[in-house]
Design a protein around this ligand. Structure first.
Ligand code: OSB
Ligand code: MG
Length: 365
């Protein structure tokens, strides 16, 4: 395959509900869509789902835009490849910048599976026809507002609820949700907001019957995670700490995790996400697919990835309606009774609605 054309667009969509984590709040998203066209005119779409500011990781929309335009596009245009993993290896000449690389890797997989006439999920090694979906709920102004969010999502059928926590918003909202919903699979995500000295919070959270505690400490604090895991019954799940498959090797060796969040953007694309899944599976570590509020393109890739056999926990692949009044794809992602159907058609299984996309596009090159 030779890519003859790469198009980049910055696309904005408002969120239906403000989302706040331990580090930042957002009401609107700006993602970059990558469209790659090959010598036969086959198109593959990818999504760079970076947050605007450098709070989840070091990347920003601006850094992704610059790296995509000045470094990744030239690498792709100069290449000829048989399999997306070959292109991913070439994209690896750019260090870091995983969100930016992920958009290109995703577009390559979408294009390749379309050209081969197989569903993306099957191309990746997926085995499920449907995947289980959870929801991720942000920090709310009050516990009552949070309880209302939880009851809405539980009523919609989501299979697991994840609550964002931060110092000052942890044990009491978790206890309130647990008291109101004694049976739901519940987990918390701190996005690295705690210190090793915050022992009391984790002792109390350990008694709340949580499925996991996600990323309590800073990304590079693997030894702190291992020490905490040794004192907890609740599994620790790593997100920000695992940007490379080699980070996972280190974390496993240190016993710093018992569950892995495999996020396509954070790992630098589907190629590396599948490798992380394979290693975790070989080590007996269950995985699930995390999200970055992806539009329909990125979420379709997340759904395909979640169909791999090691994804035994519900993923953050909520329906489009959880995020947007209208998604950018001709068909939204639908979640029914907590299940999302894995598309059985060739390629990604979702295509952008070009006229709506034009309305939401601010810059195009
Ligand atoms: O840590 O998983 C995270 C959103 C922005 C930044 C970090 C995270 C998240 C989410 C969103 O939890 C999950 C989703 O896409 O539904
Ligand atoms: Mg997380």
């Amino acid at each position: 395959i030779r890519i003859s054309h790469v198009e980049l667009r910055r696309v904005r969509l408002p969120l239906v509900h403000r989302f706040q984590t331990s580090s930042h709040a957002k009401r609107e998203l700006e993602h970059i869509l990558v469209a790659m066209t090959d010598q036969d005119g086959t198109v593959g779409w990818g999504e760079i789902a970076s947050p605007s500011g450098p709070h989840y990781c070091a990347e920003t929309v601006e850094s992704c835009w610059a790296v995509a335009r000045d470094h990744l596009t030239p690498l792709v245009l100069g290449a000829s490849w048989e399999h997306p993993a070959e292109l991913a290896a070439r994209l690896g000449r750019v260090r870091g910048n995983h969100f930016a690389r992920a958009g290109f890797d995703m577009a390559a997989w979408a294009l390749w599976s379309t050209a081969r006439d197989i569903p993306l999920a099957r191309a990746l090694g997926g085995t499920r026809e449907r995947v289980e979906a959870g929801v991720s709920l942000g920090i709310e102004p009050t516990v009552d507002a949070l309880l209302e969010q939880v009851s809405q999502r539980v009523a919609e059928g989501y299979r697991r609820v994840k609550l964002k926590i931060a110092p000052g918003w942890d044990v009491s909202p978790v206890r309130a949700v647990r008291a109101a919903f004694p049976e739901i699979p519940l987990h918390v995500d701190a996005n690295g907001a705690y210190q090793a000295s915050d022992r009391d919070v984790f002792r109390d959270l350990d008694r709340a019957g949580l499925v996991m505690i996600e990323q309590p400490f800073a990304p590079r604090a693997l030894v702190d995670h291992a020490r905490l895991q040794a004192t907890l019954e609740t599994p620790i799940c790593l997100d920000e700490s695992v940007e490379e498959v080699d980070d996972l090797v280190t974390a496993v060796q240190l016993k710093a995790l018992r569950i892995l969040n495999v996020k396509v953007s954070r790992m630098g694309g589907l190629t590396h996400a599948v490798r992380a899944h394979d290693l975790a599976r070989a080590e007996g570590i269950p995985v699930w697919c995390g999200g970055m509020h992806e539009f329909g393109v990125g979420r379709a890739a997340n759904v395909a990835l979640s169909s791999l056999p090691g994804f035994t926990l519900p993923s953050d692949v909520s329906g489009s309606d959880k995020y947007y009044a209208r998604d950018i794809t001709t068909e939204p992602i639908r979640c029914e009774s907590g299940l999302v159907t894995v598309p059985a058609v060739a390629g990604l299984g979702r295509t952008p609605d070009l006229s709506f996309l034009r309305e939401c596009t601010t810059v195009r090159i």
